[in-house]
Design a binder for this molecule. Structure first.
Ligand code: AMP
Ligand code: TRP
Length: 331
C-alpha cells in the first residue's frame, strides 16, 4: 500500500515554534519516507471562529510561504488551500450524517475552545473534527503527523472511517497519527502547565516563527522558570523541561548533554544561550520566508498547482463514497 502523509495548519494567529516542532518539522523529516505527501492550509477550519477577511487571505499566503521556508519542497509535496477543493465540504456533510453528537461533544478541543459559551459558538466549531476527518480521508492518507492536541481528532477520523466501511463496504483508508513524543506538546513560556498557543492572550506565551532576535531575547528572558536554580528537566520542573526540550530540538544536543554543560550555571546564562540557539535556528527559515512572501504570484501558482495535482484523488474518493450511499445518479 502506498504510504500517504497528510497534515495541515490553520491560517490564523501567529504560527509559533510549537506548531513547527510539533508538526511542520516532522513533515519535513518524514516527507522522503512517503510516496505522497500533502500539506493543507486549512482555511475552512480557521473560519470556525471569527476571522477578518483581509487578514485571512494574508495569512493563507503566509502559511504557504512558511511551509516552504521550513523545508517542504512544493515539487515533491502538494501544498494547497482547503477551500480550493470543494470535496472537503461535501465529504464533511456525508460524514456528518454518520457522526454522533455524543462523540463530538467529548472532543476536548471543542470543550476548551467553547469554554463557558457552548450555546453561543458556531456549529462549525462543533463540527471541526468531522471536517478534519474529511481532509484526511479524501486522500487515502495512511499517516497524519500532528501535535498531541490533535490525537483525539485523528482517533475520531479512524472511528468514522471504520464505521462507514462497516456500513457501506471498504471505502476509506484508516489513518495512523504520528506524534513525536519529545515535541508533542510544547508548553507556553508564560505558563508551562498549558500548551503554547496561537491564540494566547499574551505574546509572551509563544515564540512566533517570525519573531525578531530582539523579541526572542525578551521573550526568553521573561519565560517562567521553576523554583530552585538547577538547569535540569524532570516532572517537578515543567518550565525547565520545556525550555530544555526546545534547546535540544534546535541545537541537536541531547538534554543530558545540555544539563551537564550548564551544571553549576544559572538561569540567566542558560536563557541567553537558549535565545541564541533559537535565533540561529530560525534565521535561515526567516530569510527564505521573506523572499517567498514578496512573490505573491509565485505562491499562488504553487497553491494552484498543488490543488490541481491532488484533485483526482479527492474526486475519486468522494464519488466512491457517494455511490456507496446511493447518492446521485453517476456511477
Ligand atoms: P494549529 O495551531 O491548531 O493550526 O495547529 C497546527 C499543528 O501544530 C497541529 O498539528 C498541532 O497539533 C500542532 N501544535 C499546535 N500547538 C502545539 C504545541 N504547543 N506543541 C506541539 N504541537 C502543537
Ligand atoms: N485541526 C488541525 C489543527 O488545528 C489542523 C488540521 C485540519 C489537520 N485538518 C487536518 C491536521 C488534517 C492534520 C490532518 O491543528
Amino acid at each position: 500500500m502506498n504510504k500517504i502523509i497528510f497534515s495541515g495548519v490553520q491560517p490564523s494567529g501567529n504560527i509559533h515554534i510549537g506548531n513547527y516542532l510539533g508538526a511542520i518539522k516532522q513533515w519535513v523529516d518524514l516527507s522522503n519516507d512517503f510516496e505522497e505527501s500533502i500539506y493543507c492550509i486549512v482555511d475552512l477550519h480557521a473560519i470556525t471562529v471569527p476571522q477578518d477577511p483581509k487578514e485571512l487571505r494574508k495569512k493563507i499566503l503566509e502559511v504557504a510561504a512558511l511551509y516552504i521556508a521550513c523545508g517542504i519542497d512544493p515539487k515533491k509535496s502538494s501544498i494547497f488551500v482547503q477551500s480550493d477543493r470543494p470535496e472537503h465540504s461535501e465529504l464533511t456533510w456525508i460524514l456528518n450524517c454518520n457522526a454522533r453528537i455524543g462523540e463530538l461533544s467529548r472532543m476536548t478541543q471543542f470543550k476548551d475552545k467553547s469554554g463557558k459559551d457552548q450555546e453561543g459558538v458556531s456549529i462549525g466549531l462543533f463540527d471541526y473534527p468531522v471536517l478534519m476527518a474529511a481532509d484526511i480521508l479524501l486522500y487515502g492518507s495512511t499517516h497524519v503527523p500532528v501535535g498531541e492536541d490533535q490525537k483525539q481528532h485523528v482517533e475520531l477520523t479512524r472511528d468514522l472511517a471504520q464505521r462507514f466501511n462497516a456500513k457501506y463496504g471498504q471505502t476509506f483508508t484508516v489513518p495512523e497519527p504520528i506524534i513525536k513524543k519529545e515535541t508533542a506538546r510544547i508548553m507556553g513560556l508564560d505558563d508551562p502547565t498549558k500548551k503554547m498557543s496561537k491564540s494566547a492572550a499574551s505574546p509572551f506565551n509563544y515564540i512566533a516563527m517570525n519573531d525578531s532576535p530582539d523579541i526572542i531575547g525578551q521573550k526568553i528572558k521573561r519565560a517562567v522558570t521553576d523554583s530552585g536554580t538547577d538547569i535540569k528537566s524532570g516532572s517537578d520542573k515543567p518550565a525547565m523541561t520545556n525550555l530544555l526540550n526546545i534547546y535540544s530540538e534546535m541545537s541537536g544536543q541531547s538534554i543530558s548533554q545540555i544539563e551537564s554543560d550548564f551544571s553549576g550555571k544559572g538561569y540567566g546564562e542558560f536563557k541567553e544561550k537558549l535565545a541564541e540557539v533559537i535565533v540561529a535556528y530560525l534565521r535561515p527559515i526567516q530569510e527564505k520566508y521573506s523572499k517567498l512572501i514578496s512573490d505573491e504570484e509565485g505562491l499562488i501558482e504553487i497553491l494552484s498547482e498543488g490543488s490541481r495535482r491532488i484533485a483526482p484523488m479527492a474526486q475519486k474518493t468522494l464519488q466512491e463514497a457517494k455511490s456507496k450511499i446511493g447518492l446521485g445518479v453517476k456511477r
